[in-house]
Each structure stands twice: as C-alpha cells, then as structure tokens.
Design a protein around this ligand. Sequence first.
Ligand code: ATP
Ligand code: MG
Length: 246
Amino acid sequence: MACLQVEDISISFGGLKAVQDVSFALEPGEIMGLIGPNGAGKTTTLNLISGLYACDTGRVLLNGKDVTDKKAYERARMGLGRTFQTPRFLSRSTVGENMKLGTDLADQMGFLKSFFGKKGNDFLDEVDQYLEIADLTVNWKDDISSLSYGQLKRLEIVRALLSHPKVLLVDEPAAGLNAKELEKSVALMRHAAEKGVGIVLIEHKMDMIMNVCDHIVVLNFGKMIAHGTPEEVQSNEAVIEAYLGR
Ligand SMILES: Nc1ncnc2c1ncn2[C@@H]1O[C@H](COP(=O)(O)OP(=O)(O)OP(=O)(O)O)[C@@H](O)[C@H]1O
Ligand SMILES: [Mg+2]
C-alpha cells in the first residue's frame, strides 16, 4: 500500500493557482523527486501534504487513511515528518534539546521515556548513529547557534528521522551544502529509505535528483507537467522546455 497518496490537490492564493490538481503515490522505501522552476508550487505542495495549508480540492492519504481534514500536528503523529527550506530550530538551546523536541512532536510517550530508563540510552544511540551517517561532529551539548548552515540542514533531517516517520518530506536539503556535505545528506536519506521510509525530495541540484530518485514529479505554474523515472523526465520535451533547458 502507498504510504502517501495525493489525489487532485489544489490551492489558490487570491487569483494565483499555486497548486492545481496534483496527484501521485509514494510507496514505502521510495524516494520521489519534486522538481520545477522557482515558484512552481513545490513547497506549497509539501505544505498541503503536511497540513500547514488546507486543500481547496482533493485528498491526502497517509498509509491509506484520509488525513485531508487533520491538523499538521495530527499528521505528524500519524507518521508524517518534514524539513523546511530554511531550517527551523529553537534558538538559545542545545543540539540535544532541539533533537528531543522533534521526537516530542510525534511521540510524547517516547519523549518522556527518553528521560527515564533504557529508552533514553536507545534514543541517544540512535542520535549518535544518525549524526555519524550525516558526518556531523556536533556535541549533544553544543549550542544550536554554533552550527553552520550546512550542519543545520543535515541536523534537520536527523531530527525529522528521530520521530520515526513513515513519510518524510524534505525541502531543498542540498541548498548551501558543499559536495561532501551533500553526499552525507544523501546517505541519510538513503538510510531512511532502506528502512522503509517514503521520501518526497524537493531539490534544484539535478545530479542529486537524478541519482537518488525512483520517480520524479515535475511542476510548472502549479501543474504537473510530467511524472516518471529519471530517464523519462530527463528526455521529456515539456520538462526540458520549462525547466531543464537545452
Ligand atoms: N502563503 C502564500 N500566500 C500567497 N502566495 C503564496 C503563498 N505561498 C506560496 N505562494 C505563491 O505560490 C507560488 C508557489 O510558491 P512555492 O513556494 O510553492 O514555490 P516553489 O516551487 O517552492 O519555489 P522555490 O523553488 O523558489 O522554493 C508562488 O508564486 C508563491 O509566491
Ligand atoms: Mg520552495
């Protein structure tokens, strides 16, 4: 069963049709690219899926359950994780505090348990494992403000993964990252996908998209102009015209 199904979702802002009748399905363990020019409606699509915006039309299903009328925090508890185009962290707090807050959102019991008994050690072990994959040499006690932008971008994915999402929405994880950091960010997403997480990945770096995605949806002016394998999308005339260039 698809872990995420999007059926004809749309939203307008005043006269602007930001997202129009977008549909796709994502299976567990798949990485789906969501690409298109600036302003095409990619982030807005994620906002509709995560519940930050309400759909004007259409439905969003998480693991077969219709969540269209659910609030963002309810969807998060049902297994929907996300990162933001600009990383969002609590300032004046430590890496550890920010990581625990991520968990709290999806699993309050797990959060409480993380302070007591064995579960706490498991949680710290898991954080350490992800930090290693992400090649983040940050300390649990480091102040969040001491981290670079590239570190924050990767840490945001780690935080989202700690809530054990079934579906992860990632908005431009490579922006501002150097080649080595980008590789680590990909490793983190691949690791999650291997564990069965379905991932929707927005990214402008085409080599990364073509490299990691099982299938790709292309948006232009809010509409889907293509959906297919990397090969299909790369050779699609409409996509070349609108986005990839000649
Ligand atoms: N809350 C809002 N109110 C009004 N217009 C909005 C709102 N959110 C997005 N838009 C508009 O909807 C369109 C799609 O924006 P969106 O942020 O989804 O694009 P994007 O594909 O993510 O672009 P980028 O690659 O630049 O991040 C844009 O024209 C944007 O200005
Ligand atoms: Mg965007």
